[in-house]
Design a protein around this ligand. Sequence first.
Ligand code: SAH
Length: 353
Amino acid sequence: MPKQHTAMYKELIDKLRYQKSLSKDEYLKLIKNREDISEYLFKNAREVCESIYGKDIYIRGLIEFTNYCKNDCLYCGIRRSNKEAQRYRLTQEEILSCAKQGYNLGFRTFVLQGGEDNFYTDEKMEKIIKSIKTKYPDCAITLSMGERSFESYQRLKIAGADRYLLRHETISKSHYEKIHPKQMNFENRIKCLQNLKKLGYQVGCGFMVGSPYQTEENLAEEMIFLKQFNPQMVGIGPFISHKDTPFKNEKSGNVELTLFMLGLIRLTLPNVLLPATTALGTMDLLGREKGIKAGANVLMPNLSPVTVRKKYMLYDNKICTGDESAECLECLKKRVGTTGRTIVVDRGDYKTN
Ligand code: SAH
């Protein structure tokens, strides 16, 4: 790229840092011309992140409590139609035992994630949430179990859930329809996010980078939506194909574009809690370290029992499915150390200042 162009795009990054937003066209320009400016973006994103969260990296203990799912998302390895998936459900006791192990390792947030599984009624979830909260009142509970009614979200909030992760997957309705079956509805997904916010959850939304049919323009639209929705958390990671899904032959998303999006998100929502995801670590051995250097400040290691880990295969070659939680954490501590940051024992709440 000619020098004067690089200078112009760097100025656009400066503008983003100070204004905390750009127009769709401006975001698109940066995305299209990211090659020579990504290091500059990452440096700014790191500075902004550290000015708010310091050197701290927050960890969330991920408990994948069920891989039964009534949905049939075309990209997802635990979709209903995947007859190859070996299905499992964790009992309340098993979930509590994951939490206990996690607590002893220094986790102060537990993320209960699963497919959309009607087995886990509101009553069952209330019991699970209350039992964790009673044992570990200093911990935050994040739920990530898909679309439910306003009333259901309300009951789970009253039972003690603090946060909810529901990736919207894409903000383009036409794109949404290309990667989901007809029975699923874009408007309902967005409505769910709004309901969660209304109920006082700390809300996380997000999308895959490089999912089939996604365009760079879609990614610029994501930035406009994020600015407007202003979530407390944003989960993004590269799409990775899964061999038993209709997208088995689709190209997987790319690490460098995911990192660039992390940087843009950090400058657009300076206080946001931003994980360097397992999918990023799967696509690149150093993906999570690179994510932290691009503006991420959260890691979500797996606390699920090792016996079920290989069954929660959203995509092929998922990492950390063979290790005990303690080993995973040790490995992550070393990895984070190389970035000059530190994993802390903390709930890691959203900072509003
Ligand atoms: N059922 C819950 C949790 C879904 S799994 C829900 O609906 O929110 C968590 C996330 O994994 C999804 O939101 C999706 O963005 C991501 N995911 C699913 N399949 C994937 C794939 N093939 N590659 C990368 N990420 C994937």
